[in-house]
Design a protein around this ligand. Structure first.
Ligand code: SF4
Length: 373
């Protein structure tokens, strides 16, 4: 969550996670976070979000590390027409569950022949099950579901409850529970209920003492004690052949931020998948020609691009805590900082919002300048 100060871990106060309705009052105006389960939008839905940002906000879009989309610069009261637009586009199916629809999924699942199951139907079924379960509206806005099709791209992203193939994961660890695809959603929902039963103001499963064992016990399983899945540092970039003969192209806007023009480029796409690495996949294309269009619009389209694996929090002027305009500094100075092959994350203060899940280099602004951590 790159745009809002993170609370201290453990027991905390009210859940201040922004949503489409509960807009966060940032220094540069209202900040709305549009939940996109699995990162999947139809072309019409992408266009609706892009136009909402242009008409009601500052224009442009931000992609988050959970495959969600943020709109900044909303005027007071703009959350009302925004919610109406999102509802009309099918992006706000539940007012009560808006902030708990946090689901990341393998972006190329079911398309490129990798993985052991197609998680796309599970994303839709899990989202529907969440919204239909009144008690799950009490999940914290930071609670995350992760559906990994077996290839290992999403398993290490720190989801509280997830799936890797047939294995149910808790905080990225093997729970000891195996499920068939048809039973997966019920198992994940049961795990979420178990977390609600065990939590005492905790935001995340990993904050619970012996959380994995306690939740697994409620599911009737014994964790084998394996280490947590390792995070993948960056997502797909470039063209990928699909098993049906079509092509998926993947690209990343620098720092996960699309200008209004970049957002418009994607309005003609048949569908868009926002990845947990702040990139986009445009699947089901007849050929890879659209990749060049994205490149001309300023997206990184090559895995060797200097912008792959580089992220930043909002910094100033959007965040009052920031010691610097980190995005502008990243754009100006990024190439001057060796990353040693690691992801690089620029932050405006010690809270380090939106940090990547795994090992990375952090460039942190302080009153005295940047420090490397
Ligand atoms: S300046 Fe600090 S509090 Fe603000 S978004 Fe960046 S890391 Fe978070």
């Amino acid at each position: 969550m790159p745009d809002q100060p993170s609370p201290a871990p453990g027991r905390s106060g009210p859940d201040s996670c922004p949503g489409a309705i509960q807009v966060h009052p940032a220094r540069d105006g209202g900040l709305a976070r549009v939940r996109v389960p699995g990162g999947v939008l139809t072309g019409d839905q992408w266009q609706a979000v892009a136009e909402a940002s242009a008409d009601l906000g500052a224009g442009g879009l931000e992609l988050t590390s959970r495959g969600n989309i943020q709109i900044r610069g909303l005027a007071a009261g703009a959350e009302v027409p925004l919610a109406e637009r999102l509802s009309a586009a099918g992006l706000l199916p539940s007012v009560t569950h808006d902030r708990v629809r946090n689901i990341v999924a393998s972006p190329l699942s079911g398309r490129d022949g990798r993985g052991v199951l197609d998680v796309r139907p599970l994303v839709a079924d899990l989202d529907a099950a969440l919204c239909a379960d009144a008690a799950l509206a009490d999940l914290p806005g930071r609670f995350l579901f992760g559906l990994d099709d077996g290839r290992g791209d999403v398993a290490g992203l720190g989801a509280d409850v997830g799936l890797r193939g047939s294995t149910v994961l808790l905080a990225g660890r093997d729970s000891g529970l195996r499920v068939r695809p048809g039973d997966a959603v019920a198992a994940l929902v049961a795990a979420a209920h178990a977390f609600l039963a065990e939590r005492d103001g905790h935001w995340r499963l990993s904050e619970l003492d012996d959380g994995v064992a306690r939740i697994a016990a409620r599911l009737g399983a014994i964790p084998p004690g394996l280490p947590a899945a390792r995070p993948v540092s960056w997502g797909p970039i470039g063209a990928t052949p699909q098993v049906d003969g079509r092509v998926a192209v993947a690209a990343a806007p620098p720092l996960g931020r699309l200008s209004p023009a970049q957002a418009r480029v994607l309005c003609g796409a048949p569908s868009v998948v926002v990845t947990p690495w702040r990139g986009v996949v445009v699947p089901d294309l007849p050929d890879e020609g659209f990749l060049a269009t994205l490149g001309e619009a300023g997206f990184a389209t090559d895995p060797d691009s200097p912008w792959v694996g580089v992220t930043a929090c909002v910094g100033s002027p959007g965040c009052a805590r920031a010691h610097a305009d980190v995005r502008a500094d990243a754009i100006t100075h990024h190439s001057g900082h060796p990353s040693h092959g690691l992801p690089v994350h620029w932050v405006g203060c010690e809270r380090a919002c939106g940090s990547p899940a795994g090992e990375h280099l952090r460039l942190e602004a302080t009153p005295e300048g940047y420090v490397t951590l």
